[in-house]
Design a binder for this molecule. Structure first.
Ligand code: ADP
Length: 535
């Protein structure tokens, strides 16, 4: 009997759990090392005292109900609650309380086993948090994926719409059924729709540049008046077609100068104007104003159109956001224009805001850009006429038919139609054009006849444009040609991302243009390369 008691005592003593006993009125009668570790009290400090010292204030009722159950001979199993340690800190415990019987089977007290479950509860809370987070992220991912699907559907719709017109009119042109006037109209429709499509693709690329932080500005001193006037000119036709007059800033007002990228600034105004025209009904009014206000240039574009509902107003500048994203909407677009506007304005250190009294009452978009500092203005004002746009001499709108005369251009493209188009464009301005449809043919032609400028596609079966230029440069190096006598080369590709351009230059091209290329851009690039100016 005595040995059995010794064994039990030793088990209790070495147990990790806190084990103690108490009388039915709650007086502590034994206290093991585990209890000391858990609660911080040594045995002499608690023996003879009431367990209520372990109970947090306000939970005394809990002790009463446990004692009550014990008196009835009941067990309390894995009861999870909170207790107070000697240092006042709280600990989460799981309690198992069993009645202890004395002589005659009468309940005389209770044993308590308490286990610290703080770690377990913390792990459970952490798991619940992770689960919640996982659910939230999954919901976000699902929403993103839904938006992406919706976006792809919109993109393909927006790309198809102009394509339908292009294909239809091209078929009619080909059938030979159109008289001269109709054929000219058909060609104009095709051109306009191709431009619209290019615009969509450019917007997509711009957005991808923003996202990857690769948008670069070519900053110079810019006269905003001219930027605004050019943007107005660019949308005037579309506006007139809807019977909308655009009121621009008067020609007599003093010009406002900022530091920025003229093309991007024009894109900002153009986007706002296109929207104003798009969302304003027949016969409405669109006005652009340019003013100077507290150190800033302010461009405001207002319209008398459909306006923007207050609940949509905070989101107008978000990517892919449109007041009406449904398939039945009456206006096309990808919902990127304003996101591009905001990003470009911010890159210029400015702000843009939208105001509208609500649906039906038109709206006003205001762009604020920091003015060029006076000192800077004084310094730069003498440089060239009009602020010295570097490429002023090459801003060509209608170059003479002999613009490229005397230049021998070798054009390389595996697509016969593109080759024919490039040949026609270049020959139309006087260049002497020869054509090759593969890298191999091009190398042979260069060896045989040489060229003043090489214009090459990149993606071609057999050897691509990169390989071509590598072999050309290797041949020139082997022949010991000085840099000035190496053939200047222009890469022309449908890959229009910044990294494509960087790669083309790294491989040995001097310039890179994205397809579809504007004739004027091509002429300008070929002229500069052919005259040793670089692009
Ligand atoms: P998109 O024009 O391709 O839809 P934007 O980013 O340019 O994309 O415009 C986003 C949305 O903002 C439009 O779909 C339209 O709901 C609203 N919005 C933009 N400009 C105007 C405006 N001038 N009048 C009314 N609503 C406009």
């Amino acid at each position: 009997e005595a040995r059995r008691a010794d064994v039990l005592a030793s088990i209790i003593k070495t147990s990790d759990d806190a084990i103690f006993s108490k009388t039915l009125d709650g007086t502590i009668t034994s206290w093991n090392a585990g209890a000391e570790r858990l609660y911080g009290y040594a045995a002499p400090e608690v023996l003879g005292r009431s367990v209520s010292l372990l109970i947090p204030p306000g939970q005394a009722g809990e002790l009463d109900s446990i004692l009550e159950r014990l008196r009835r001979g009941e067990h309390v199993d894995h009861y999870e609650t909170e207790r107070v340690r000697k240092d006042g800190s709280r600990v989460n415990v799981s309690l198992t309380v069993s009645p202890v019987e004395g002589e005659g089977g009468r309940v005389v007290g209770a044993s308590v086993i308490a286990r610290d479950i703080t770690g377990r509860l913390r792990a459970e809370a952490e798991r619940a948090r992770l689960l919640g987070q996982e659910r939230r992220l999954r919901a976000e991912a699902e929403e993103a994926s839904r938006l992406k699907d919706e976006f792809l559907a919109t993109v393909s719709h927006e790309l198809r719409t102009p394509l339908t017109a292009i294909q239809g009119w091209a078929l009619l042109l080909n059938s030979g059924q159109l008289d001269d006037a109709a054929a000219r109209r058909a060609a104009a429709v095709i051109e306009r729709n191709a431009r619209a499509q290019k615009q969509i693709i450019n917007d997509l690329l711009d957005v991808s540049r923003f996202i990857s932080g690769k948008m670069r500005l070519e900053v110079e001193r810019v006269a905003l008046g001219r930027v605004v006037a050019e943007a107005v000119e660019a949308v005037r036709l579309a506006a007139q077609a809807k019977g909308i007059e655009i009121e621009g800033p008067g020609a007599d007002q003093p010009d406002v100068h900022v530091s920025g990228d003229p093309d991007r600034l024009q894109q900002i105004v153009w986007n706002l104007l296109t929207n104003a025209v798009k969302f304003t009904p027949q016969g409405g009014r669109v006005a652009v104003a340019l003013t100077e206000r507290d150190g800033h240039a302010e461009i405001s574009v207002s319209d008398t159109g459909c306006g923007i509902a207050p609940d949509f107003l905070p989101y107008v500048f978000d990517r892919f956001r449109q007041a009406d994203g449904s398939t039945t909407r009456e206006h096309g677009g990808l919902g990127l224009g304003l996101a591009i506007v905001r990003h470009l304005v911010e890159l210029h250190g400015g702000t843009v805001r939208a105001e509208s009294e609500g649906s039906g009452s038109g709206c006003v978009f205001t762009v604020r850009l920091p003015l060029l500092r006076d000192a800077e203005r004084g310094l730069r004002i003498d440089e060239g006429k009009d602020g010295g746009r570097i490429d002023e001499g090459y801003e060509i709108r209608n170059p003479s038919p002999a613009f490229l005369s005397g230049l021998r251009v070798l054009v390389v493209d595996d697509d016969a139609e593109t080759l024919a188009l490039l040949r026609t464009m270049l020959a139309g301005r006087g260049a002497e054009v020869s054509a090759a449809s593969s890298a191999g043919e091009a190398l042979a032609a260069l060896e045989r006849d040489g060229a003043d400028v090489l214009v090459s596609d990149i993606g071609m079966p057999g050897g691509d444009g990169y390989e071509l230029i590598r072999r050309v440069r290797a041949g020139e190096a082997a022949a010991g040609l000085p840099a000035a006598r190496r053939v200047p080369a222009l890469a022309l590709t449908a890959y229009a991302r910044a990294e494509d351009s960087v790669r083309a230059l790294a491989e040995g091209f001097q310039a890179h243009l994205a397809k579809p290329v504007e004739p004027a851009e091509l002429w300008r690039a070929v002229a500069r390369l052919g005259r040793g100016l670089g692009v």
